[in-house]
Design a protein around this ligand. Structure first.
Ligand code: SIN
Length: 284
């Protein structure tokens, strides 16, 4: 445990992420929340436990990090709160109240947009007794573990990302996009190695799902490289596994991580999360 900005902080994993204790977010001053924001930018991910957050509390908290981002699919946003997206397997009056198994598969959020989201926040409203962990992979540690030769080979590479491809091929909830969604989400290119704007640190930044091609290595050769890098980065050395409890708040920096949800017994348990995003900038 260390003390920084008067916060009690413990690594989630050596050198990555921070468990922040002793802060009650709904009653914390703006200055105290800004210490939490600073810790987030230093550590790449943060966890705060035992929080009782109303939607207004969530909006106030996220607003200290930047401008909340809209959601691509709007049908599962919380009524009256368009920036809060519901992940859930609950069905009310015959209708699902949220997206189920939405984030299963290693990815970084909004990678199909010119300016992917800077961060993702999940707040646990109700969680299963077992399963449904969220895993975060540290892209900076993975990059630093590569040989200088491998780093030189990867540094210039760029990836083609496609929302249309992602939605058509995803394991859960595959769909053909409406013409409006397709027009609003044209394909984009991003670097494979991302530089963090705060301090210049580099991160391995592949993704599964949205990547259709490594530019200059078309076909299976390029995609095999992506598979190889995702497997490397998501090995035990670089991954933090979050086991959920109700009231947990987990946030990660999408500029230097990959993440995935995991499955649970949805015939036995309910899982409901509130997800919020903060706008990001153009990757370089
Ligand atoms: C996500 O990828 O946004 C959600 C992950 C999870 O539900 O654990």
């Amino acid at each position: 445990m260390t003390l920084a900005d008067d916060l009690a902080i413990q690594d989630l994993k050596p050198g990555f992420g921070a468990l922040i204790q002793g802060v009650d977010l709904p009653t914390a001053s703006d200055a105290r929340i800004d210490s939490v924001v600073a810790a987030f930018h230093r550590h790449g991910a943060i966890v705060l436990r035992d929080q009782t957050m109303t939607p207004d509390d969530l909006m106030r908290f996220i607003g200290r990090f930047g401008d909340p981002e809209d959601h691509t699919q709007t049908r599962f946003t919380l009524p009256g709160y368009p920036k809060i997206f519901i992940l859930s397997n609950r069905v009310v009056d015959g209708k699902p109240i949220g997206a189920h198994n939405d984030g299963v598969g290693w990815h970084t959020d909004y990678s199909y947009k010119p300016q992917p989201v800077m961060l993702t926040m999940l707040y646990a409203v109700e969680v299963p007794d077992e399963g449904s962990d969220t895993l975060l992979a540290d892209g900076c540690a993975a990059w630093n573990a590569l040989s200088p030769e491998k780093q030189d080979e990867l540094l210039p590479l760029r990836l083609h990302h496609s929302y249309k491809h992602f939605m058509a091929t995803r394991e859960f909830g595959a769909q053909i996009l409406s013409p409006e969604l397709e027009a609003a989400n044209p394909d984009v290119e991003h670097p494979l190695i991302r530089t963090h704007p705060a301090d210049g640190r580099k991160a391995l930044w592949p993704s599964t799902g949205t990547v259709t091609e490594v530019i200059g290595k078309p076909g299976p050769e390029g995609l095999a490289l992506i598979d190889e890098l995702v497997e490397f980065m998501t090995g035990d050395d670089f991954v933090y596994r979050h086991k959920w409890a109700k009231g947990d708040l987990l946030m990660w920096d999408n500029r230097c991580t990959l993440h995935t949800g995991t499955l649970y017994d949805d015939t036995k348990y309910f899982r409901t999360m509130h997800r919020l995003w903060v706008k990001g900038d153009k990757p370089y």
